[in-house]
Design a protein around this ligand. Sequence first.
Ligand code: G5P
Ligand code: MG
Length: 275
Amino acid sequence: MRLRTAARVILVGAPGVGKGTQSERLLQRFPQLSSISSGDLLRYNIRQRTPLGIKVESTIKAGKLVSDDLILRLIRNELNQRGWLLTRHTSDNVMTLSSSAIDLDSPPQHGSPNDAEMAAFLSSPAHARGGHGGHSLNEDPSASFLLDGFPRTATQAERLDEIVPINLAVSIRTPLQVIMDRIGGRWVHEASGRVYNTTFNAPKVPGRDDVTGEELVRRSDDSEEVYRERWKKFQETSEPLLEHYARKGVLWEVDGMSSDEITPKLLSKFEERFA
Ligand code: G5P
Ligand code: MG
């Protein structure tokens, strides 16, 4: 299905609630959409042994949140690589989507190192895919995207507003016990980020990725102890985050005991809002 207007959407929800699962399904239904998962990007940097990856590895393993500054550098770089960064032209007060390099005029406290510094610090899978190319229309549907797992704090949300305003914040809600039961069954294909579950969407061959046949692994932060820490962090940070988007009038909450129950509601919302 085609989008008629630009969707700039974030998915918020507890660890394991199904943000990645819903992203995949939305991308299948709406081919103009692309997605960025902050967790996948961080794990990519860990695998590439970039300075950023090395810096965040122990934080992620412990189930804690990466600092707002680091995550903002990562996401800002990714948005820029894909040409989705909005730049405010104060002279004519027009918002344009820009594919230009990270804004060198920004004050350093806003974390805007140049491209060379960025490349030395972190690695982006978008380099391989190529960017979006830049757009002059704010509502161009081909500049539609989903952010999965970012922003996670009110500070991250405020900083994101400065570079690209979000027009739908989806809060996915499923009870903790239901999610806990799934986490033990999660297996991932590290290179692509494809996610499986032994009881929900099992791989065709146990322990092997459906596409490449490569070995599946457990995520290092999926042990019960670390999962509880991640849940705790989510409880601490989600309320102010959701309040931020409620104040902006873009918050939409969806409940369900399973991803299959949530998907049709989410697809309807997208159709009603963007298609
Ligand atoms: P991530 O990678 O963003 P989380 O903790 O937010 O990690 P996670 O674990 O990736 O979220 P998800 O994407 O919400 O979960 O869920 P999923 O992968 O789709 O589904 C979970 C499992 O359940 C899968 O096996 C899936 O197949 C299965 N499943 C889905 N639906 C159903 C169902 O209906 N039934 C059943 N039975 N199974 C189902 O972040 C990781 C870390 O990175 C850092 C933090 O350290 C974080 O802990 N980080 C950030 N730090 C600061 N700021 C940020 N913005 C950060 N972003 C990431
Ligand atoms: Mg995920």
